[in-house]
Ligand binder design. Sequence first.
Ligand SMILES: Cc1cc2nc3c(=O)[nH]c(=O)nc-3n(C[C@H](O)[C@H](O)[C@H](O)COP(=O)(O)O)c2cc1C
Length: 207
Amino acid sequence: MAATENGAAVAESGKDEMARNVENLTPFQRLVRSRRSVRRFLDRPVEREKLLACAEAARLAPSAENVEPWRFVILDDPELRQRFAEAAFSGIYRPTRWAAKAPVLVAILARPDIFANRIGKQIQGTNYYLIDIGIAGEHFVLQAHELGLGTCWIGWFHEKKARKALGLSRKYKVVSILAVGYPEPREPKPKKRRALEEIVFFNDVPK
Ligand SMILES: Cc1cc2nc3c(=O)[nH]c(=O)nc-3n(C[C@H](O)[C@H](O)[C@H](O)COP(=O)(O)O)c2cc1C
């Protein structure tokens, strides 16, 4: 596949993207290439200003019909966080217990009952709020990364217990959790991703 400006469409199979053309990358390209899921954190509190900057990035995300279905419950109080983690990462969700050590857990909530969401689901069969949460959450994650914070999306958790631990009303659903904190220093591993030619189809479709 041919390269375009800034190497954006460079995807020679089998080559490590990180090693290629690093100097010509834009700040955004550098940011998305260097982000990794972080599961080990330093025992260092995260400044509220940084968390608010991440929430601000999420706030500006687009959403279907601009309904902004998201709410972000940021747990940086160790006791509250611990109680939440014990509930959310219990039973078959125990493998996610590592996240209890993150200095901050963010419960990303959605209101699936908003009119536009119900219509979207009924007519088109699409849960738009999940798309919206994904976009806003990733804005949060990328802003965090730019500020030197590590994050990991968490989908493997006990939703009902998480909701109960937060004392949430039924109109909110905990869609995902983000673990946030300063990352333990580690050698970055190359990203495992499909090559562009496997996922992009100009005037064609996958077979
Ligand atoms: C919606 C979603 C849910 C995820 N759930 C979990 C999870 O429950 N536990 C976990 O360790 N990682 C989880 N991850 C992280 C993925 O494993 C990770 O993004 C993927 O392996 C790619 O690695 P990278 O983020 O370092 O590029 C989740 C990621 C997403 C986007």
